[in-house]
Design a protein around this ligand. Structure first.
Ligand SMILES: Nc1ncnc2c1ncn2[C@@H]1O[C@H](COP(=O)(O)OP(=O)(O)OP(=O)(O)O)[C@@H](O)[C@H]1O
Length: 243
């Protein structure tokens, strides 16, 4: 089957510095891919490049069979939704924050209302619809952020450390909810995290990114049990604390 995303000879640079090098990489439809690596490894760059937010210096990104590397069309960008660690919410209500993307797509008012109500309930924040974003807790704000991404029904959901700023109980509850939601929608997801606990819980596939290169990719438990020589020091450090 054709992968949902194929990356070929991709290089992202800042000046002469190589931030990311991906000779060949595939993401399958419905896959939940975790990306783990040390600070500065290129994880955010990976998300920005694959979601077309950052233009590569060279190489190509395919969506199914279509080369989308230079596709700046809204049609293509709208296949992807990105949620970052810090939810950059608009200075308005929760409802408005979650509805804005649909309004920009010119959906009929009634449909916007229905979809937003559905996703607020899914993320258990229906009761916060009229609350101002500035008055939300960190966990509530991240739920709004995720509802705002999922309401767009993306083909690929990119999550850049969405849980890292949350306290443990809040994180655990949100992890359970997002796992159940992604399980239902079967949304292909790329999930960057520093936290092996989160990655083991969510990601079926784990990629270890270091120095802008993927050192190992495979089923999560396999990568953790049998890290290859270039990934083992990093993986084993984590395992020594957690497993
Ligand atoms: N625009 C830029 N210009 C120069 N260097 C950059 C630029 N953007 C990122 N970098 C550098 O590229 C490297 C990768 O950055 P990136 O943010 O992708 O790493 P990361 O793995 O997400 O890090 P962290 O875990 O700390 O968030 C870092 O060394 C960073 O300083």
């Amino acid at each position: 089957m054709t992968p949902l995303i194929t990356v070929k000879n991709l290089e992202v640079k800042a000046g002469k510095k190589n931030l990311l090098s991906l000779p060949h990489f595939e993401i399958q439809d419905g896959e939940i891919l975790g990306i783990m690596g040390p600070n500065g490894a290129g994880k955010s760059t990976f998300i920005k490049a694959l979601s077309l937010l950052e233009k590569p210096a060279q190489g190509a990104i395919f969506f199914k069979d279509q080369d989308i590397t230079d596709d700046l069309s809204l049609k293509m960008r709208r296949k992807f939704a990105v949620a970052m660690q810090q939810p950059l919410l608009l200075d308005t209500t929760v409802f408005q924050n979650v509805s804005i993307g649909l309004k920009l797509r010119n959906l009929p008012r009634q449909e916007v209302k229905q979809k937003v109500a559905y996703w607020l309930e899914k993320f258990q924040i229906g009761h916060l619809a009229k609350k101002h974003a500035a008055h939300l807790s960190g966990g509530e704000a991240q739920r709004v952020n995720l509802a705002r991404a999922m309401v767009l029904e993306p083909e690929v959901l990119f999550l850049d450390e969405p849980f890292s700023a949350l306290d443990f109980p809040t994180k655990v509850q949100l992890l359970k909810d997002i796992k159940s939601i992604i399980g239902q929608t079967k949304t292909t997801t790329v999930f960057v995290s520093h936290d092996l606990m989160e990655l083991r819980y969510l990601a079926g596939t784990l990629a270890i990114l270091m120095d802008g290169e993927l050192k190992q990719t495979g089923p999560t438990e396999e990568v953790l049990s049998f890290p290859n020589p270039s990934a083992s020091a990093f993986v084993n450090e984590w395992k020594s604390i957690l497993l």
